[in-house]
Design a protein around this ligand. Structure first.
Ligand SMILES: [Fe+2]
Length: 339
């Protein structure tokens, strides 16, 4: 009760029922997708649990949770990228969750070994190329982006973007620090312009012929393919997607994930929510609504943009490595001059 009162006083955003009649879940989310609404209403319909939600950028949410500490009303943190889940884990925000259902449905490489967080959808970081400038088969891997033949033809997002940090971290897991730094050096030497913009801007720059090659997450590409705007569909028509490293370790993937907060006032509801995210219904929302890949392999989806991209072999490196190697990846990028 003391906790509940403290929680009611602290948060102006949440309604409180001291009698405990109403079942609630306080969710902090940094997922920036409107389609997530369907996930929350689906959960409430199924369980009768009302969700109170705070949405903010990732690092701000993590900072907020740190500041709130034991007085935080938060039950669950939902965020994108294993690198960010790792940052939250590093500052002690999560408590371990044991759930036979989560362990059965989510492959081991897509969740924390001790249950601090779980991946609920995946996204792949693919090579997007201009069809007029690059012929199919001319480039096959992330490593190829460093080849001298692409001098002046590569556009990239900044190296501090969590998506590139996680890719660099995966590289380090496979090749070590030095080879990763050498690769980053080669890629930076091929830049058509200084790093800028997000994944969508980069796909459009490739379509416009400003550069021949870039890296982007699959859901951005699929979103453009399903866009109502003709110029965005045109950008997709002018470009192709290449699944990197299909002859070897597979394409780099990342997760969107969630974990139960250390001081969660509604722990039972929090676990119910995580189990819901792994349900067939929620898994379909991730795929059909936000163009991500379900983590539960038996999920049937009906997303034409994902179908058009085809199937691929993913890298099965445990995504925990993406966080662990992040500082080393930033160092490699810095030394290579990839800003
Ligand atoms: Fe994103």
């Amino acid at each position: 009760m003391k906790n509940l009162l403290a929680f009611c006083l602290i948060s102006l955003f949440f309604s409180c029922t001291v009698s405990g009649q109403e079942k609630i879940l306080n969710l902090y989310s940094s997922r920036h997708y409107q389609t997530d609404e369907a996930l929350y209403t689906g959960f409430t319909q199924k369980t009768g649990i009302t969700i109170h939600r705070i949405e903010a950028p990732e690092d701000a949410l993590i900072e907020r949770l740190r500041n709130e500490g034991a007085a935080s009303p938060a039950d669950v943190l939902v965020t994108v990228d294993a690198g960010r889940l790792w940052r939250a884990e590093q500052v002690g925000l999560f408590q371990p969750t044991r759930s036979a259902e989560l362990e059965r449905r989510i492959p081991a490489h897509l969740r924390h070994p001790d249950g601090l967080w779980f991946g609920f959808s995946t996204r792949a970081r693919v090579i997007v190329f201009n069809k007029d400038a690059v012929k199919l088969g001319e480039i096959r891997s992330y490593e190829d982006l460093a080849a001298a033949k692409w001098k002046g033809k590569v556009c990239m997002r900044s190296s501090s973007s969590i998506y590139n940090l996680s890719l660099g971290a995966a590289m380090i897991a496979h090749h070590g620090d030095q080879k990763t730094e050498d690769w980053a050096h080669g890629v930076a030497a091929n830049f058509a312009r200084a790093p800028k913009g997000g994944d969508t801007d980069l796909i459009k720059a490739v379509a416009a012929g400003e550069c021949a090659l870039t890296l982007a997450n699959t859901y951005y590409y699929a979103r453009l393919a399903r866009s109502q705007k003709p110029d965005e569909r045109e950008a997709v028509a002018k470009t192709g997607v290449l699944w990197p490293n299909q002859d070897g370790r597979g394409t780099h993937i990342n997760i969107s994930g969630a974990g139960v907060i250390k001081y969660a006032p509604h722990r039972r509801e929090a676990i119910q929510f995580l189990e819901y995210l792994a349900s067939d219904e929620a898994q379909r929302y991730f795929a059909d609504g936000n163009n991500e890949y379900p983590v539960v392999s038996t999920t049937k989806t009906d997303n034409p943009a994902l179908t058009a991209l085809g199937t691929f072999k993913p890298d099965t490196l445990n995504v925990s490595a993406l966080g662990r190697n992040q500082p080393a990846a930033q160092k490699a990028y810095d030394r290579a001059g990839w800003r």
